[in-house]
Write a protein that binds this ligand. Structure first.
Ligand code: ATP
Ligand code: MG
Length: 455
């Protein structure tokens, strides 16, 4: 991939233009991290790029971007530009093409993202000391932090994302501006759900712990996910918990041993119903309970989906089901496991186990409740063992696994297709789940007759 990118720069150079690798690929090369794409910046105007590379696609001409093909690879080549005033906090009102790479780098968000590498002469252009910040593991805005965040408040989330992903600290002046009320109001009012969701998704799925950044920037989290705000600093007042509700939530996110977005998001929202469900223990006024909180979390999560995030319906459904079931009793009886699987599917149960394990991990044994605690841990282990057994069985875990189908019912009972057929199949399926019948064709065919007589 790199070789062809170098060829693009060489071709621009031969035509009398300057060309650089810019942005993430320069940063990640210095960090010795894998590079997923190489962006190229040049002083050639879009029409020059189009002329020099007849094999091109006009991707974002308005912003000066042309995608060019070199052998098998595609690269975005963008003309050096500065952004005009940011009026709506979203799109630069106008882009102005410039001849100087330093000016192009100056519009970029963080010093670590504002370096350019010239592969033709093998030289670095690093006017804002991005290399020094990488060496010091620091994220700093290019120029005045507050003005940069006011120009585009999404950068607040980008700073959090890079800090999480790279394990970097954020420079004090940059931090201060991220907590600025005006900046946060601007983030709340001007940034689209799509852009916010995109950053949140990257933070949750980068495989690194979010704890430190989400604790320090809880005020930012409260802005992008208002339904989570009442959890911040809300005590559990429970002997089963060592963290307040918000910090517990954050630990559960990190303890979910996966990078699957839906599970991480479910973890982030699984307990948001708790503040509304708080009740004081009858015998001990220092202790609280949160009965019914999963259902309340589901209600608030739906609100979050409506107002704050943009995710697919399929993702929504999985997140909501995980939240709904997160506090489900861990019952190890095979027939109940089969029924749980049949209500969803096996993939769901495995996702649920990840969330459940994480939730358990951030509980503590209440003093004097060792027996109850150990019982839960044992049941959780037993559940996994029994689930593995259930998965290996020939048994049916969904209706279509049955060794008979609707046609068998129609033939044996000599009836017309209709609701009765479904009813009988369901009744058979229930019996198989409960091990009253085995999923054996002969046995099921005989059972159809019996069920038919009873209907
Ligand atoms: P990655 O693709 O690994 O997430 P990246 O640094 O390539 O990281 P992109 O979002 O692809 O990030 O953006 C490419 C470059 O464009 C950045 O490195 C940065 O220089 C610049 N950039 C992107 N978004 C912004 C923004 N909102 N404000 C200022 N500069 C930005
Ligand atoms: Mg990129």
């Amino acid at each position: 991939m790199r070789n062809n990118a170098v060829k693009v720069c060489e071709k621009l150079d031969k035509n009398g233009f300057k060309a650089f690798f810019v942005g993430g690929c320069v940063r990640d090369t210095i960090l010795r991290q894998p590079i997923h794409d190489i962006d190229i910046a040049t002083n050639a105007k879009p029409e020059d790029i189009q002329r020099i590379f007849p094999n091109h696609i006009d991707t974002g001409l308005k912003h000066g971007t042309v995608t060019v093909k070199m052998n098998k690879d595609f690269y975005e080549v963008t003309t050096f530009r500065i952004d005009g005033e940011y009026e709506d906090g979203r799109h630069p009102d106008e882009v102005i093409f410039v001849d100087d790479v330093t000016k192009d780098l100056a519009r970029r968000d963080f010093t670590i993202n504002a370096m350019a590498y010239d592969p033709v002469t093998d030289t670095m252009c690093d006017p804002f000391s991005g290399r020094l910040d990488i060496a010091n593991k620091t994220i700093s805005c290019v120029g005045s932090a507050k003005s940069r965040f006011m120009e585009d408040p999404l950068r607040v989330l980008r700073a959090m994302r890079f800090a999480i992903k790279l394990g970097f600290d954020i420079n004090p002046a940059t931090k201060l501006a991220m907590h600025d009320k005006e900046v946060l109001t601007h983030l709340q009012n001007c940034i689209s759900k799509e852009r916010i969701t995109d950053e949140l998704r990257k933070m949750l799925t980068c495989g690194k712990p979010i704890h430190d950044i989400f604790m320090e920037f809880a005020d930012v989290v409260a802005v992008i996910l208002p339904e989570l705000a009442p959890c911040i600093n809300a005590p559990h007042n429970s002997p089963w918990h060592r963290h307040d509700i918000y910090e517990h939530i954050i630990y559960v996110v990190d303890f979910c041993d996966t990078t699957k977005f839906e599970i991480k998001l479910a973890a982030l929202l699984h307990d948001i119903g708790k503040p509304n469900c708080r009740i004081v223990d009858e015998n001990d006024s220092t202790v609280n309970h949160f009965k019914g909180h999963p259902a309340e979390s589901v209600i608030l999560t739906k609100k979050t989906f409506e107002n704050d995030l943009k995710i697919s319906n399929k993702e929504k459904e999985l997140v909501l089901n995980l939240i709904k079931e997160h506090d489900r009793e861990v019952n190890v009886k095979p027939n109940l496991i089969r029924r749980f699987v049949s209500n969803y599917d096996l993939d769901f149960i495995h996702d649920w186990l990840i969330l459940k394990a994480a939730d358990i991990k951030d509980h503590v044994c209440a003093p004097g409740k060792e027996e109850k605690w150990n019982d839960l841990l044992n049941r959780f282990e037993q559940f996994k063992t029994n689930l593995a057994t259930v998965e290996l069985e020939e048994s049916a875990l969904k209706l279509s696994d049955l060794e008979v189908n609707g046609n068998d019912v129609i033939e044996i009972l000599d009836i017309k297709p209709g609701p009765v057929v479904g009813k009988i199949l369901n009744a058979l399926f229930e019996d198989v789940l409960d091990e009253k019948l085995s999923n054996n064709r002969e046995e099921l065919l005989a059972a159809i007759k019996v069920k038919g007589e009873m209907m």
